[in-house]
Design a protein around this ligand. Structure first.
Ligand code: UD1
Ligand code: M6R
Length: 371
C-alpha cells in the first residue's frame, strides 16, 4: 500500500523518521539522571565477549548493504579497537580470501537471501569464524544460518532501490559499535554524544526531507546529463558510493562515487566546465581537506554542487558560484544517515522526470538469488 505516495521508493524515503525509530526501539537506554546511557542488542548480548576478543571484524555484503557497512566502519574501529576489514561477498568468494577462527564476520543483507552473501556465509562457517547477521527479514536464510545477529526492523522494503534499509543498517551498526565498545571511561563522553545523536536522528531526518523540492529542482537541471560524479571521504566515502549507486540504478545515469583523497590520482582529468560534480563537505575532521578539494576543482572550472552543514555555505564556496545543499549537522559518525537522504530524493526525482520505472529498474531484481 503506497498510501499518499506515487511510488514505493518515494514512500520508503519519506518514512525514514519512522523506520529509524522502530530500528532503535527498546535498544537505546537513557535512564534517570544518574543512570548511564547504554545500548542493548538482545540478539548479541551473549556473544559480545567473543566479538571483543576477536582478532578482526570482517564486514561482508553486496551493493547498498556493503555501502552501509563501509559507512559504519570508522566508528566500529574507533569504539572497539578491533581492526575492521571490508569484503564484497562475490570478491571474497572469487579470491577464496583468508577467514580465520579468530575472526568475527558480519553479514549485512536487507533481504537475507542474496546468493553471493549466502555463499560467503557458508564459506565463512566452514572456516570456523563467528558469523553475525544484520538483516531486515526475520526467518530469512542469513538470519537463520548465522550464529547470532540483529534484525534492523526497518519494515518491508519493496522498491528495488534500497533506501530505508540503508539508513537502518547504519544505525544498527553504530549501535553494534557502542555495544562492542563496552564501558571504557575514556570513551564515555563520545558514546553518550552518539546515543543522544541517535535519539534525535529521526527529527534530523524529518528536517533533511524538507529538501524534497530543492532536490526536484536540481533533478530538472541534471535531467539531460550523461554523468554525475560524487566526491566523499571519511565517514562520507560510503555516502559518495551509495549516492552514485542510487542515481545509477534508478535514473539510469552513469554516476561514480569517488574517494576524494584519490582525486589527483586520476579522476581530476575528467573535470571540465560541463561535468556535474557533487562534493560532500559536511563538518567533520575531514572538512578542511574537502575545502581544499573544492578549491582545486574550482580552479579547473568544475561544475560543483556542494553538500555542506547548515551555515557553512559561505565557507565551502567563498565568492559563490557553486550550488549548495545545506543539511542539518549531527554527530560525525551519524552524518552519513542524514547525507544520503538528498541523494535518494535526487535519484527519485531524476527517474520520474526521465520517465523511467522507479520501483522496478530495468534488468534488476529486489533480491539477487542467483550468482
Ligand atoms: C527480540 C524479538 C522481538 C522482541 C524482543 C524483546 C524476534 C525476531 N525478535 O528482539 O520481537 O520484541 O526480542 O526483547 O523475535 N539473529 C540471527 N541472525 C540475524 C538476525 C538475528 O541469528 O541475522 C538472531 C539473534 O541473535 C536473536 C534473534 O535472531 O537470537 C532475534 O534477533 P533480534 O530480533 O534482533 O532480537 P531482539 O532485538 O532482542
Ligand atoms: O538484500 P541485500 O541487502 O543482500 O541486497 C544487496 C544488493 O543486491 C542490494 O543492496 C542492491 O545493491 C540494491 N538494488 C541497491 O539499491
Amino acid at each position: 500500500n503506497k498510501g499518499k505516495y506515487k511510488h514505493y521508493m518515494q514512500k520508503e524515503i519519506h518514512e525514514q523518521p519512522e523506520s529509524l525509530t522502530t530500528t532503535m526501539r527498546g535498544r537505546l537506554l537513557r535512564g534517570g539522571s544518574c543512570k548511564a546511557k547504554t545500548v542493548l542488542l538482545g540478539g548479541l548480548k551473549d556473544h559480545l565477549k567473543t566479538i571483543r576478543r576477536s582478532r578482526r571484524i570482517v564486514f561482508i555484503g553486496c551493493g547498498t548493504s556493503y555501502n552501509a557497512a563501509l559507512a559504519a566502519r570508522p566508528i566500529l574501529e574507533e569504539l572497539s579497537g578491533v581492526p575492521v576489514t571490508m569484503e564484497i561477498a562475490s570478491d571474497l568468494l572469487d579470491r577464496q580470501g583468508p577467514i580465520y577462527r579468530e575472526d568475527t564476520a558480519v553479514f549485512v543483507s536487507q533481504s537475507g537471501e542474496t546468493a553471493d552473501t549466502l555463499l560467503a556465509l557458508e564459506y565463512t562457517l566452514e572456516n570456523g569464524a563467528l558469523c553475525v547477521g544484520i538483516t531486515n527479514t526475520v526467518g530469512s536464510v542469513i538470519a537463520r544460518n548465522t550464529h547470532c545477529g540483529v534484525h534492523i526492523n526497518a519494515g518491508c522494503e519493496i522498491g528495488v532501490a534500497s533506501t530505508k534499509a540503508y539508513t537502518s543498517q547504519i544505525v544498527v551498526m553504530a549501535m553494534l559499535a557502542l555495544a562492542i565498545g563496552g564501558d571504557t571511561i575514556s570513551k564515555q563522553e563520545r558514546r553518550e554524544a552518539i546515543i543522544d545523536g541517535l535519539f534525535d536522528l529521526p527529527n534530523k531526518i524529518r528536517e533533511v526531507l524538507k529538501l524534497d523540492q530543492e532536490m526536484k529542482d536540481l533533478a530538472k537541471l541534471l535531467i539531460a546529463e550523461q554523468s554525475l560524479l560524487v566526491f566523499g571521504r571519511g565517514y562520507n566515502y560510503a555516502t559518495a558510493l551509495e549516492g552514485a549507486l542510487k542515481v545509477k540504478e534508478v535514473a539510469l545515469m552513469h554516476s561514480e562515487g569517488i574517494l576524494a583523497g584519490e582525486m589527483k590520482h586520476g579522476p581530476l582529468a575528467l573535470v571540465d566546465e560541463n561535468l556535474p560534480i557533487v562534493v560532500i563537505a559536511t563538518h567533520d575532521a575531514c572538512f578542511s581537506k574537502q575545502q581544499s578539494v573544492i578549491q582545486q576543482l574550482r580552479a579547473r572550472k568544475g561544475r560543483l554542487i556542494v553538500m555542506c552543514s547548515k551555515g557553512d555555505a559561505a565557507s565551502v564556496c567563498p565568492g559563490g558560484g557553486c550550488r549548495v545543499i545545506e543539511v542539518p549537522q549531527v554527530e560525525d559518525c551519524l552524518q552519513p544517515v542524514v547525507n544520503i537522504v538528498p541523494f535518494q530524493l535526487l535519484a527519485y526525482h531524476l527517474t520520474v522526470l526521465r520517465g523511467y520505472n522507479v520501483d522496478q529498474p530495468r534488468n534488476l531484481a529486489k533480491s539477487v538469488t542467483t550468482q
